[in-house]
Write a protein of this length. Structure first.
Length: 424
């Protein structure tokens, strides 16, 4: 593995990983902006803007943007999270100059016309409707709203119907010009590439209209805690359905907490696969649910750990009780040596297998750089996972699985009284 880093005078960071054994290259531009940076008036602006940057630039129409990458067999896309946005393309190595030019063009020179805003507004509203029609997806946004309240982390990345309808071209364009500055950007490239050549191509592509003609220092999101609204115990969206979808969670470790590796092992052992404690108790032993899983999320200054299950509405209370019993047992007694070793093996294997293609490698180094300001060595990550022991797991389980919980439910329930009773 060969990861190299260059910081330009403008504050733009360029990180690369050379993988000489492949014939592909993945190029991504990561922006240090997400839904956490929005006020209520422009909720959903980061995601809306992600769509709009593909609608046209000074040099290319929307069709020319998409066809340029597709005509060489490449793939191009983007995504928005709570704390960052990424635009990326994956192509064969000889077409990397094209990918750099096209993606850079979106970042520096998108026009964001009023017509495009009105047209894409309809697309985003359809995306919100699609989310609302998928209860297994909707329950996660409901949980965030119930746990974090009306805060930046509590609001959905997509925004609301009201905020998207009310967003003007001027507000979106101003958001673009304010948040997409060199100091807020990371360029990540992985594959059959050479660092020096990549830096030259990136500088040339991003120098359009004097974009890099500024002085700056890289901006790293501060690791400050979130001031959240009063936490609710249960959130419910009532709708007729054959299955109830629930997400049960509580506070977890923040992004810069070294215990995040132990939290990852704990999460894997509890709900990371078919051999996990919750999967065995809920699905294998009792047949109460088809899908059961857990995951931990880390943000700057705050984190969460949560557990999802989809089951028959009549079994929802029973499933919730089992989740609470399992977590209480682990909080008091920890995990067995066998469970910990199995979870560590699963996490290590997943990490290694996830790095088998240039796109995954680009994502890893880009995400590391945008959120931490450096790229942690892959071997260092594996060592940190391997060092987790039974004492670490017992300490983090007792510290966090006993935190005040929040439950989100989407299903045919008229009231939340029986669920509140279980939580008490």
């Amino acid at each position: 593995m060969s990861v190299r880093r260059t910081v330009l005078p403008s504050g733009l960071r360029i990180v690369t990983e050379e993988v000489a054994s492949v014939r592909s290259a993945a190029f991504g531009i990561w922006a240090n902006v997400g839904s956490r940076d929005e006020t209520g008036a422009v909720a959903g602006a980061s995601h809306f803007l992600e769509h709009l940057l593909f609608k046209g630039t000074k040099r290319r129409t929307a069709l020319e943007i998409s066809s340029s990458i597709e005509s060489v067999g490449g793939e191009m896309n983007a995504f928005t999270s709570k704390e960052y946005t990424c635009f990326y393309a994956r192509v064969i190595d000889t077409d990397l100059p094209l990918a750099i030019d096209v993606i850079s063009d979106l970042i520096t020179s998108s026009t964001i016309t009023a017509l495009d805003v009105d047209a894409e507004r309809k697309v985003v509203l359809e995306e919100i409707a699609m989310r609302d029609d998928d209860p297994s997806d909707l329950v996660h946004d409901l949980y965030a709203e119930t746990y974090f309240g009306d805060t930046q982390l509590g609001r959905p990345i997509l925004g609301s119907i009201e905020s998207i309808n009310n967003m003007s071209r001027a507000s979106v364009y101003n958001y673009y010009k304010k948040r997409y500055l060199p100091q807020d950007l990371v360029v990540a490239v992985a594959g059959n590439i050479k660092h020096k050549k990549v830096v030259e191509m990136v500088e040339q592509a991003l120098s359009i209209d004097g974009f890099l003609d500024v002085m700056g220092a890289p901006v790293i999101r501060p690791n400050t805690s979130l001031r959240k609204s009063a936490q609710k115990s249960v959130g419910l969206i009532s709708r007729p359905s054959e299955q109830a979808h629930m997400f049960y969670g509580m506070e977890g470790v923040a992004r810069h907490d070294d215990r995040r590796f132990a939290m990852g092992i704990l999460t894997s052992a509890l709900g990371g696969g078919m051999s996990s404690r919750l999967f065995q108790e809920i699905r294998e032993k009792r047949g109460l649910a088809y899908s059961v899983y857990a995951y931990a999320q880390q943000f700057a200054g705050i984190g969460q750990i949560g557990f999802y299950a989809g089951c028959k509405p009549a079994k929802a209370v029973e499933v919730l009780e089992i989740i609470r019993e399992v977590l209480a047992d682990v909080a008091e007694n920890g995990l067995s040596h066998e469970e910990i070793e199995r979870a560590k093996g699963a996490v290590r294997g997943s990490l290694v297998l996830s790095q088998e293609d240039s796109g995954s490698r680009m994502s890893r180094i880009g995400k590391n750089e945008i959120v931490y300001g450096h790229v942690m060595g892959f071997d260092d990550i594996l060592k940190a996972v391997s060092k987790v022991n039974e004492v670490d797991i017992r300490e983090i389980a007792s510290a966090y699985l006993t935190k005040t919980p929040t439950l989100a439910l989407v299903g045919p329930f008229r009231a939340i009284t029986k669920f509140e009773k279980v939580l008490r």
